[in-house]
Design a protein around this ligand. Structure first.
Ligand code: NAI
Ligand SMILES: N[C@@H](CC=O)C(=O)O
Ligand code: NA
Length: 430
């Protein structure tokens, strides 16, 4: 058997410690699959004495993660610090510039700097692997970039954030408050260091930007995405969704047509008969549609120590075997320059909830605004009676243009009977 692949791990938090554990627990079979042992020999983290549930004695310890690159005993760097700037970015850039392979779980870094990092990796012939960055333990990168390499992929989509899916599921099933479930997700190691990345849709958007780049062989460009999170999804919407035969999911959807590429992340009303409506808790789902294969759906845990470490270790096995692929699936000079399409050009059906004063004539005023905007209503639901007080009025619409819907919402917000910002959730049948 060849000499071991020696790994330097930077960041021994949920994911980094998980990597040490998986490499230890499954050492024999990993070594057989890699053709040689994979051993962590050096680490960098903030607290040398913290109990991580896995021993770190005997490993070379660096205060500065970038110093791992100069260690001649380290063959490959695993970056599990996180953040698109600072030490994580400095480490990945230094390693690639030195020609050392990098495995990272850092979707923020790839979504924001993926284009430059790919150039650096290519220039120095250094593999840059990131299976853990999208949908945790689901082998989504490999599936889209390698498994579907024979296809013209027109759509890639899914549930891409475990924390949000966990929150939406637990709010519905246990009737808990948003903040309470978020605290649970943090305790379970699902949430980002700054959980606003999760709940504001940014983390899912980072992942969608990466998936879209791979699916469409187009350099990653985070600035093109439309991003909304789940902060404004209320218990009323969750209840109304159930009454109307939907379940609320935060989805990321990227589509390529002749007109260009659209990529959006936002809460969606998904019909209960769609399989993705039943992907619950920390589970993620990735859907890809190729011209030859048709529809492919992958499902699995999208966050947490074990699932994420599983993906990091899979990348290490590839590196040990010498299996490499261009970062975005095609060499830099063969990437597409398809234009981005703005959200205003999106067409779809909508769920709209207004909190209105319960008095005669209000519903007529609301429907008049929709009629003037040429938006056709599919259903209208008014729950409860509280004369003179606030009650929810919920409507679903037939397909219309986003720009028309946004104009209608501006007018609805201006009606004196409408007491709060209208809640808009797009209806999707992934
Ligand atoms: N937690 C999860 O389920 C998943 C996380 N990821 C990504 O993996 C990365 C790590 O996430 P977690 O393990 O959850 O975060 P974490 O916060 O649990 O761990 C980060 C570790 O990095 C260490 N660190 C911070 N600054 C450092 C520095 N300057 N030098 C050395 N170490 C430093 C911290 O002390 C901490 O131990 C992030 O990029 C995250 O987005 C990806 C998929 C799933
Ligand atoms: N915070 C992320 C972690 C995995 O990528 C999530 O909740 O999905
Ligand atoms: Na993955």
């Amino acid at each position: 058997m060849s000499r071991p692949l020696s790994v330097g791990v930077a960041g021994l938090g949920t994911v980094g410690a998980g990597v040490l554990k998986v490499l230890r627990d499954n050492a024999g079979l990993i070594s057989a699959r890699a053709g040689r042992p994979i051993a962590v020999t050096a680490v960098s983290s903030r607290d040398r004495h913290k109990d991580r549930g896995v021993p770190v004695t005997g490993l070379r310890w660096y205060e500065d993660p970038v110093a791992l690159v100069a260690d001649p005993g380290v063959d490959v760097i695993v970056e599990t610090i996180g953040g698109s700037e600072g030490p994580a970015r400095a480490l990945v850039e230094a390693a690639l510039a030195a020609g050392k392979p990098v495995v990272t779980a850092n979707k923020a870094l790839l979504a924001l700097h993926g284009r430059k990092l790919a150039q650096l990796a290519e220039a120095h012939n250094a593999p840059l692997a990131f299976e853990a960055a999208v949908a945790g333990g689901i082998p989504a990168i490999k599936a889209v970039r390698e498994g579907l390499a024979g296809n013209d992929i027109r759509r890639v989509a899914g549930i891409l954030n475990g924390t949000c899916n966990y929150i939406l599921t637990e709010m519905r099933l246990r009737g808990l408050q948003f903040a309470e479930v978020l605290a649970e997700a943090q305790k379970l190691g699902y949430a980002e260091a700054d959980p606003s990345f999760d709940i504001d849709g940014v983390d899912a958007a980072h992942k969608l930007a990466i998936l879209a780049a791979l699916a469409f062989n187009r350099p990653v460009d985070f600035s093109e995405l439309h991003v909304e999170g789940i902060r404004d999804v209320s218990a009323v919407d969750i209840e109304m969704a159930a009454a109307l035969g939907f379940r609320i999911k935060l989805l990321g959807i990227a589509t390529r047509t002749e007109a260009g590429v659209s990529a959006r992340v936002h809460p969606c009303m998904v019909p209960l008969d769609a399989p993705i409506a039943h992907v619950e808790g920390v589970f993620n789902a990735v859907v890809a549609e190729g011209d030859a294969v048709g529809r492919v759906v992958l499902q699995g845990r999208g966050a947490g120590a074990g699932p994420t470490a599983s993906a990091v270790v899979a990348d290490l096995v590839d590196i040990a075997r010498g299996r490499t692929t261009p970062v975005w699936g095609a060499s830099a000079d063969a990437l597409s320059a398809a234009p981005a399409r703005p959200m205003s050009s999106h067409r779809g059906a909508y769920y709209l909830r207004l909190m209105v004063v319960d008095r005669p004539g209000v519903v007529a005023d609301v429907t008049a605004v929709l009629r003037d905007a040429k938006i056709s209503m599919e259903s209208l639901l008014q729950r409860g009676r509280a004369p003179g007080e606030a009650v929810p009025v919920v409507m679903t619409t037939h397909e219309c243009e986003e720009a028309a819907m946004q104009a209608a919402i501006r007018r609805l917000s201006g009606l004196d009977a409408v007491l709060e910002k209208p809640a808009l959730i797009r209806i999707e049948t992934l």
